[in-house]
Ligand binder design. Structure first.
Ligand SMILES: NC(=O)c1ccc[n+]([C@@H]2O[C@H](COP(=O)([O-])OP(=O)(O)OC[C@H]3O[C@@H](n4cnc5c(N)ncnc54)[C@H](O)[C@@H]3O)[C@@H](O)[C@H]2O)c1
Length: 236
């Protein structure tokens, strides 16, 4: 994998940092884009806000210039919003979540595709969630944004499959990171047949395979959730 270049957004901590470490372990040169790059692991760290398309475009060009191309991208930066029912959901928070999660993935893919299409191929993985495949009570903004990411992923996959770019997404269940510290862990863990939350490294393994394997897989939203979405409701 030496000579390959990857970009990871939100790679300053959590799942993104685990993916950056996984890629680096394989000899891939990794550029991390984050609004807070203090803890970015190795490689090139670029401070940028993914909800700002101008910053994203500049940051992606910088990463590709630094590495001499762009082969892999993991669009992972995301936020959750507040916990509230839809009848009471605050508009400003709703649209902020869409700007970061949906606008961010769109801006990133647009900039990444420019480089990948010019080079004849590449592989993109987006961070969806179990909330891309089912409703999550009191997380309407988050679920709407993740369903939109699934739609963008599938659309990009069919638009660019014939030009050598594969586009997939991962849909993790609960993963032990700062993002979910405020949740009622017990309730969420109990919904997972595996009986526990995932470690960031377990999601990184799936992202690594989707990014790098010379496979025919494109347009999938892959659950990485210890069986969460496979369970027949009510059966233990
Ligand atoms: N942790 C989970 O249980 C879980 C489950 C399913 C999906 N996900 C998704 O995985 C992704 C990563 O989650 P995590 O748990 O590692 O989160 P995290 O909060 O630990 O890390 C997110 C990173 O993204 C960065 N970031 C946030 N907004 C940004 C912006 N506007 N511009 C640039 N960087 C920004 C943060 O600075 C942080 O470094 C998110 O998209 C999240 O929705 C997480």
């Amino acid at each position: 994998m030496s000579g390959r270049v990857a970009l990871v957004t939100g790679g300053g901590r959590g799942i993104g940092a685990a993916v950056a470490r996984r890629l680096a372990r394989e000899g891939v040169a990794v550029a991390v884009i984050d609004r807070d790059v203090r803890d970015a692991p190795g490689g090139l760290a670029i401070e940028a806000d993914v909800s700002r398309p101008d910053e994203v475009s500049e940051a992606v060009d910088r990463a590709a210039g630094w590495g001499g191309g762009l082969h892999f991208a993991y669009n992972n930066a995301g936020v959750t919003g507040v916990r509230a029912g839809l009848a009471d959901y605050p508009d400003d928070v709703f649209w902020r979540v869409q700007h970061v999660n949906v606008g961010g993935v769109l801006a990133c893919m647009r900039a990444e595709l420019r480089h990948m299409l010019a080079a004849g191929g590449g592989s993109i993985v987006n961070a969806a969630s179990g909330a891309a495949l089912a409703g999550v009570p009191f997380s309407g903004a988050y679920a709407a944004s993740k369903h939109a990411i699934a739609g963008l992923t599938k659309t990009a996959a069919v638009e660019y499959a014939a030009r050598g770019v594969r586009v997939n997404a991962v849909a993790p269940g609960l993963v032990r990171t700062d993002l979910v510290r405020g949740l009622d862990q017990e309730t969420f863990v109990a919904a997972h047949p595996a009986g526990r939350a995932a470690e960031p490294e377990e999601v990184a393994e799936a992202v690594w395979w989707l990014l790098s394997a010379e496979s025919f897989v494109t347009g999938v939203v892959l659950p990485v959730d210890g069986g969460l979405l496979a369970r027949v409701p009510g059966l233990s």
